[in-house]
Structures are given as C-alpha cells and as structure tokens.
Unconditional design. Structure first.
Length: 296
C-alpha cells in the first residue's frame, strides 16, 4: 500500500465574533505547541485573512459579512493548491467559518467528498435563523448549499451532499429544537449522533463506522474537528461552552480510526481560544491529540 500524502499545515486566523484576538490566535498557538514538528509536516503558512466587524449585514444576516465572504475563496485556493500538489492539508483555525472554503477546495480537486464533523453543533443555521449572526453558526449549511446565498456563491455552489455527511457529538438543545424541521425534511439524509449515542456504540466503533462508510462511498472524506465537542469542564478554552460533551480520552478514541483511514484527505480544527488558556495546557493537549495524524 502506498504511503499517504504528507501533511501540510495551513493557518486560517479568523474569529467570526469579528473582534481581534480570540480564536484567530489559535494557529500560532498550536504551532508554538510543536504541532508541525510532531507531524513531520510542512508549514504552508497562514492565509492572509481576518474577520472584523460586529454589524450584522441586513442582506446576508452575517456579522462582518464582507470579510466572511472573502475568507471562503482565499481558503479554497489554498486548500485546492495543497491537494493538487499531492499534500494533505491540516487547516488550523480560527473558527469553523473556514469550512466552506476548505470543502470547496477539496471539491475542486476530488469533486465528491464526504465529511465527518466532530462538533458540539450541527452548524446549519442560515443568516436569518442564526441567533448570533456569527458565521460559525452556518458553515455546514453553506457547504450543503443552504442560505445565505451570497456565501454559497462565494464558494461557487455547494461542496457536499447531505447523504455524505456524518456529524458526531452535537448536543446543543437550543440548536436541536431550532433545526428539527430541517433534519426531518430538507436535510433528512444528514447523519447526526450525539454524545450519548457515541457512548452506547463505543467511541472507537463509531469513528470506525463513519470512516468505513465514507471510504466506501463517496470514497474519501474530510475531517472537521470543533473542540466544543468536548465537555465544558474538559475544554474551557473555547467560546461555546456546554455540558454533556466528550472527555479527552473519548475524543481520542473517536478520532483514532478516522485519522488512520486511507480515505482521509484533509483535516480542519477550529474554535480553540488561547486567550482562555493562560498556561497553554489546553492548547498543548489539543496539539498532542492532533499528533495522532502522524503515520505510525
């Protein structure tokens, strides 16, 4: 069996709250924790983007809409270039507003891909229904072609089909109530398992099942990790704190078969906030967790 492509680390220093600092500091912090060396990866630098502004655009419903829409084509070009050059991207956010661009870049190269989203949220709000207007409420919806239409257009259309998406760890009760009609209707083909379901099946078994299913069809997948999948006590260095999430050991068990799959084409990690980790211990733990991506 041929060796998998080497990793290339790409930073996307953004925070969809629209203010300096916060999650936009995560790429630098994760590099400082030794992640690039631990993976034996090439550092591909940062995409030159920021999100600034706290005004909710009346047309799109997104905070700092112009900057958010500019992020997507920039990330798309960078990810497309890495994949076309025979590397596997590890995209360090920032917030998960990077995802539509990353998935559009993968679509440009491979056409049809799956997604395993390990996240405390499903992230399929639109600009009208989002309670905050932050782009981080919407990225999976945009990748599936849901509004805001201007953001879908910035990615040149959808990047995913709902049948090719598996969400592991979502548990926000308010979001679940808000999107229940979508999941029973337009997005009925989307697969969502909460933490309790993962524990019933076993985290490792759930991860293996997701990897096996998407390796079979469509044949490859992207892995998106939002650290708010972790319980608020385990990971306070994020901006969306919720109880009932996974522990670090459970998350490692879930990710291990996904990381080991030959069908994995790229990874993104989002929502680490170094400002909430004054001694750097949680950033370091995140970097250590991602070290499992190194081929063994």
């Amino acid at each position: 069996m041929a060796a998998p492509p080497a990793w290339a680390v790409l930073g996307v220093p953004i925070d969809s709250a629209g203010r300096p600092g916060g999650t936009e500091r995560a790429p630098a912090a994760l590099r400082a924790a030794g992640l690039v060396a631990a993976l034996g990866a090439r550092d591909a630098g940062d995409v030159a983007v920021r999100i600034r502004g706290t005004r909710r655009d009346p047309r799109t419903g997104i905070l700092a809409s112009r900057d958010v829409l500019a992020v997507t084509p920039a990330v798309r070009r960078a990810v497309r270039g890495l994949l076309a050059g025979g590397e596997r991207p590890l995209v360090l956010g920032g917030c998960c507003a990077l995802l539509p661009g990353a998935l559009a870049g993968a679509r440009d190269v491979h056409r049809r891909n799956g997604l395993v989203s390990v996240d405390g949220h499903v992230d399929v709000y639109d600009g009208e229904s989002s309670p905050t207007g932050e782009a981080a409420d919407m990225p999976l919806g945009v990748a599936l072609g849901r509004p805001p239409r201007a953001w879908v257009d910035a990615a040149d259309g959808p990047s995913l089909e709902a049948r090719d998406v598996i969400v592991l760890g979502a548990r926000d009760p308010d979001e679940a109530a808000d999107i229940s009609g979508l999941l029973d209707g337009e997005l009925a083909d989307l697969t969502v398992y909460g933490p309790d379901a993962l524990r019933r099946s076993g985290a490792q078994r759930a991860g293996l099942g997701a990897a096996t299913r998407l390796a079979d069809e469509p044949g490859r997948f992207w892995l998106a990790l939002d650290v708010d999948v972790l319980d608020e006590d385990a990971m306070p260095a994020t901006d969306y704190l919720m109880p009932g999430g996974l522990g670090w050991d459970e998350l490692a068990e879930l990710l291990a078969p996904l990381a080991a799959s030959p069908a994995l084409i790229g990874v993104s990690v989002a929502c680490v906030n170094p400002e909430k980790d004054p001694d750097g211990a949680l950033v370091q733990r995140t970097a250590d967790l991602l070290g499992m991506l190194r081929e063994r």
